[in-house]
Design a protein around this ligand. Structure first.
Ligand code: B12
Ligand code: SF4
Length: 597
């Protein structure tokens, strides 16, 4: 029998990890707002997340932007897996659980010295698109110095080939059962892995993938709450985070009431696309919420369709009641954000939103729309009510609660999504419920999503390209051909992703136009001279300048394309900018209108 000393690295937030300066700036800004001092101009900051200056707007936006710099969400998977092992594992006495690292802000030398002092013999990593590169780099260095340490991976991105390469074991999809059996097998030291569900392991240099077993809460009635079973550890992690970052925004704790989603939107990799029943957790959620609020944290609801179940409304009522007597943060007077409201059941969803707004009029409402065109929605198997019906709910809310801010999530590059329809959609938003912020993101190809399959891509005429986004505002020397030394800039990579787009002339270029027009929509509000101008009018004024500018940028991107990598940044006057934030820079819209850019 073997003793295991296990250390977990879970999640990590790329925004905090890559951008400590930005987080500091936003902290100061939020503090100044609390102190009621006049704020610095946000337009001076180089970021993907520029916020407007007006107080009410800021408050409301904050509550709907979960990835706001300086906000942090604790991923609960370590507590979940540990609780499951402690209940159903065979050898608790053989395991030491070392403190879990929730952030990815680590220098390699610090990781190595941490390993030296804590001396784990098993390291566990949760892989998500935003930390894959960071964790692979960690593991390569760790393996070099400590080849005896067993490396186990899990999380939605664990099945990427280049992740599996660096791991000894991977648990795909839900982790509870597979992880528990794997630890038991490692303790028994018999190395018989055939029966372990959801496990991927190596045998004679071949990868073996065991069969998958879906996780159902009802099969484990004695399983205790992962939050209430780990109170002191959670408290310690939260306090360490608070002491270290002194963030004005309280951290948030990811909280699942149910797991799984009955739908299969083509872009989505929720529960690794493997859990399409909804399994409800039966723990005492009131006690869990009390505990999270006692820690002065807010709650991020992780359910795929929040507001779908009657129980969800009870949760909202409970929280409303709780915060009538004590508020966690002036920025989050209602302490729960939902990652994903239900796509159908809109009447229940908007009843819930209305209840919150009634008492917290600056609560921001995030609406995941992706696209409003029924043909596009059909091509991505997206369930939603027809747009006219959805719009009416939003208009009703808007007229009743004028202080709320709507933010809208849209995906760029969906099949059948033309540039013309995209512009029409933005005009439609502007003419109706006027969302204040559009999150427009290229379609990121996720490994377990339906669109990952070749047949899907062929049927919909989609192709993919690997992209590297360089950090914003980097000065790079241009040579006489107007290309940049991308090798030097390699250390400045902000994130990498595989983008999917329609294989047609101008397919990628039109998607750049969609991102640009989305960011121009967001920036328009900063220009008093365009306050009375509709988005449609503004677009017609700047279309010529924008077309020319995007064409020239696209030409540069093609010139700079190296091996399989595309760098979709903007290069302007010797500096590289993030494609999105460039359009927030002061005066850019005016230059586009004047066609002088
Ligand atoms: C909260 C959340 C966020 C938060 C916080 C993210 C953060 N940085 O911490 C916010 C809102 C900011 C966010 C943003 C994004 N998110 Co998000 N998010 C989630 C969400 C809803 C919950 C994650 C969670 O806590 N789940 C609860 C735990 C218990 O489940 P789990 O994570 O799946 O863990 C289980 C297993 O995976 C496994 N497991 C996990 N780790 C490990 C480790 C080991 C060793 C083992 C054995 C097992 C194991 O065991 C667990 C229990 O079964 C998930 C969807 C979901 N419900 O899972 C999407 C999800 C993780 N997000 C996703 C995406 C794509 C994004 C964005 C890129 C979206 C975008 N285009 O902007 C951004 C990027 C953010 C960033 N740069 O940091 C994808 C990730 C796909 C992927 N392959 O990584 C998911 C799966 C949703 C989806 N639509 O497909 N997100
Ligand atoms: S996007 Fe939302 S509704 Fe669609 S499959 Fe994913 S979790 Fe389900």
């Amino acid at each position: 029998m073997k003793n295991l000393k296990i250390k977990f690295f879970v999640c990590g937030d790329s925004i905090a990890a890559e951008n400590p300066k930005l987080v500091k700036t936003y902290n100061e800004l939020l503090q100044s707002q609390l102190d009621n001092v006049s704020q610095p101009s946000l337009l001076d900051f180089e970021s993907d997340n520029v916020i407007p200056r007006d107080d009410t707007v800021t408050l409301s936006l904050l509550t709907s932007i979960s990835s706001f710099p300086g906000s942090f969400i604790f991923n609960p998977s370590y507590w979940t897996l540990k609780t499951f092992y402690s209940t159903y594992g065979k050898y608790n006495d053989y395991i030491t659980w070392l403190s879990c690292e929730h952030e990815a802000i680590w220098k390699i030398k610090d990781i190595l010295s941490n390993i030296e002092s804590e001396n784990p013999n098993v390291l566990c990593f949760g892989f998500y698109t935003w930390n894959v590169d960071i964790y692979i780099n960690f593991i390569k260095h760790i393996k070099e110095k400590y080849p005896h340490i067993i490396i186990i991976g899990g999380g939605p991105s664990v099945r990427d080939d280049y992740v599996l390469k660096v791991l000894d074991f991977a648990i795909y999809g839900e982790g509870e059962e597979g992880f528990t059996h794997l630890l038991d097998a490692l303790i028994e030291d018999e190395l018989n892995f055939i029966e372990i569900p959801n496990l991927i392991y190596k045998k004679n240099n071949q990868l073996i993938t065991n069969t998958y077993k879906i996780f159902k809460h009802k099969d484990y009635p004695e399983l205790p709450s992962p939050y209430l079973s780990n109170k002191s550890e959670i408290k310690k992690s939260v306090n360490e985070y608070k002491n270290k970052h002194k963030s004005v925004l309280p951290p948030s704790i990811g909280w699942e009431l149910n797991r799984g989603c009955p739908y299969s939107c083509a872009f989505c990799d929720w529960s690794s696309g493997l859990h399409n029943k909804v399994s409800i957790r039966k723990h005492d959620w009131k006690k869990e919420l009390d505990f999270i609020l006692e820690l002065k944290c807010i709650i991020t609801n992780n359910d795929a369709n929040w507001g779908m179940l009657k129980e969800d409304l009870k949760v909202i009522d409970y929280l409303l009641e709780k915060v009538r007597s004590s508020v966690i943060s002036p920025f989050f007077t209602f302490p729960m954000q939902a990652v994903a409201w239900s796509k159908l059941n809109k009447s229940i969803v908007y009843e819930a939103v209305g209840k919150i707004l009634n008492e917290h009029p600056t609560y921001g409402v995030k609406v995941a729309i992706q696209d409003i065109n029924p043909e596009v929605l059909k091509a991505i198997a997206r369930p939603d009510v027809p747009w006219e019906e959805h719009k009416q709910y939003l208009l009703d809310l808007k007229s009743k609660y004028p202080f709320t801010i709507f933010t809208v999530e849209l995906i760029v590059g969906l099949p059948k999504q033309t540039l013309e329809n995209w512009i029409e959609m933005l005009c439609e938003f502007d003419d109706s419920f006027k969302p204040r912020w559009l999150f427009c993101a290229h379609w990121q190809l996720l490994p377990q999503s339906p669109a990952y399959k070749k047949e899907y891509q062929e049927k919909n005429n989609m192709i993919s390209i690997k992209t590297r986004i360089i950090k914003d505002g980097i000065n790079l020397k241009l040579d006489s051909h107007n290309t940049v030394d991308l090798y030097k800039s390699k250390t400045q990579i902000w994130l990498t992703s595989t983008i999917l787009y329609e294989d047609k002339p101008n397919g990628f270029r039109d998607n750049l136009m969609k991102i640009a027009t989305g960011e121009i929509y967001n920036s328009k509000f900063f220009y008093p001279e365009y306050a009375e101008v509709t988005y449609r009018e503004l677009y017609s004024k700047l279309k010529k300048g924008l077309d020319r500018f995007v064409d020239s940028q696209y030409d540069q991107m093609l010139l700079n394309k190296k091996d399989e990598w595309m760098y979709p940044n903007i290069i302007y006057e010797g500096t590289m900018y993030s494609f999105k934030s460039f359009f927030h820079r002061p005066g850019i819209i005016t230059k586009l209108v004047e066609n002088t850019i």
